[in-house]
Design a binder for this molecule. Structure first.
Ligand code: SF4
Length: 435
């Protein structure tokens, strides 16, 4: 192999098997994808050790992808149950799984994913370090943090969220500029607490070059974590968020200098009217590196419905340039999601992603809608079910309220506009009242 990473290959004009597979999924010319990858505007997270991977590309000119967070935890520690959740998430259309395991034998679970799962696998080494070392946070050394990154690389994960943007300078700005909800990123809060207790610089920032060397060796995509992502509408676009984003822009350039693929993580909670501007700022500062957003949640008052608040924000974010949506479930802010929550979160994210793809004019996106509209016009119920984003729910709803007239539905019955228009345009008499 005469390249190190997918980005290195793209810059050398080498078409890799991963590029071919990803381009086929996008229905695009592989050379076009390669050019985007050479500029850092598209990525294929693909650890050389992830043997079961079905490669997919992420970038704002490509289909919007979605990520699902899963993993073993103290309250859900059965590995087989969690693997079953992963498999159903992939079957429901998740292109990526983030393993956020925080309990027990995390390494065995991680290795199982990278040997069995075709989805892109991401992790957050900071969480795992706390579980792995079994000791108080402040006693974890800089070297130990880095050793966990190396371990995840060896285990075959395709991307890692590394919270390297919150250095001592950003932390100082955060403390001087009070927020309503402080730091809500789990990894961000851990590394901030570690810096406060030890007085040391963030090891992921201080030893960034060493981390890049690991990423280059295994072809890990850096997902530059946003410790200061806003956790409420009031904190959106504040000094801490923008200060960290500037650092992430600098770190993006440094990664590219070593041919390491990068995406940048983003908000969080954000009023609808700020989303487009935030996408533009990220694209400018990070020079088009793919933007991976959590939400954004466009209101703070809907616990139980945050898959909807996130889907509204996600659709707008992706329409304005975000490439990758982290799903949010109805359980957000309330509890660990169960299987039904996972399903609702995935469907909501897929709707947001598809709505954005239609708005962006992504090849083939609107064709799906047009096929559905054809089926609706023909009152072809089986066709409608097959084209539904959630066929099971569509079938269940229709079956739950059978109409008197089989071709219509119980919403309008004889007043079915579709049926009546078809008939009148075919030259039939339409009475409605006594039919
Ligand atoms: S009955 Fe009403 S809602 Fe149902 S298919 Fe016809 S027009 Fe649409």
């Amino acid at each position: 192999m005469d390249y190190t990473t997918q980005m290195d290959a793209a810059r050398k004009g080498i078409v890799t098997p991963e590029m071919k597979a990803a381009a086929a999924k996008e229905e695009m010319d592989v050379k076009e994808l390669m050019e985007l990858m050479a500029k850092g505007q598209a990525i294929i997270p693909a650890n050389k050790r992830h043997t079961s991977l079905s490669p997919a590309a992420i970038g704002s000119r490509l289909k919007t992808k979605i990520n699902v967070n899963l993993g073993i935890s103290r309250d859900c520690k059965d590995m087989d149950v969690e693997v079953a959740k992963v498999n159903s998430a992939v079957a429901m259309g998740a292109e990526s799984i983030m393993d956020l395991s925080s309990y027990g034998d995390t390494r065995t679970f991680r290795r199982r994913l990278t040997s069995e799962c075709p989805a892109i696998i991401g992790t957050v080494p900071i969480y795992d370090a706390v579980v792995y070392y079994h000791k108080p946070l402040k006693e974890i050394t800089s070297q130990e943090w880095l050793d966990i990154v190396k371990m995840h690389a060896e285990d075959g994960v395709d991307f890692m969220t590394i919270h390297c943007g919150i250095n001592r300078e950003t932390a100082g700005k955060f403390k001087r500029n009070k927020r309503l909800t402080n730091i809500v990123s789990r990894g961000g809060s851990i590394i901030f607490a570690w810096m406060e207790m030890t007085g040391e610089e963030n090891p992921f920032y201080e030893h960034y070059d060493e981390i890049l060397d690991i990423c280059r060796e295994y072809d890990i995509t850096m997902s530059l974590g946003d410790a200061c992502r806003p956790g409420c509408l009031k904190d959106a676009s504040d000094i801490s968020q923008i200060e960290e984003l500037i650092t992430l822009g600098e770190l993006t350039k440094r990664a590219w200098e070593k041919d390491v693929q990068v995406m940048v993580e983003g908000p969080g909670h954000m009023p609808l009217d700020q989303i487009a501007a935030n996408m533009k700022i990220q694209q400018t500062i990070c020079q088009g590196a793919p933007f991976y957003v959590l939400g954004p949640l466009v209101t703070d008052v809907a616990p139980g419905y945050d898959h909807i608040t996130a889907a509204i924000g996600g659709a707008v974010a992706a329409a304005y340039g975000a490439s990758f949506l982290c799903y949010v479930t109805p359980a957000e802010h309330l509890r660990l999601p169960d299987l039904e929550d996972v399903k609702e979160g995935i469907i909501a994210s897929r709707i947001a992603a598809h709505a954005a793809d239609v708005a962006k004019g992504i090849k083939g996106a609107v064709d799906w809608d047009n096929r559905m509209s054809e089926a609706r016009k023909k009152l072809d119920w089986e066709g409608m079910f097959e084209l539904s984003i959630d066929p099971e729910k569509a079938r269940r709803y229709r079956a739950s309220a059978k109409p008197e007239k089989e071709d219509t539905c119980s919403m309008c019955g004889n007043f079915c506009a579709v049926k009546n228009m078809n008939r009148i345009l075919d030259g039939e008499i339409v009475n409605i009242y006594d039919e």
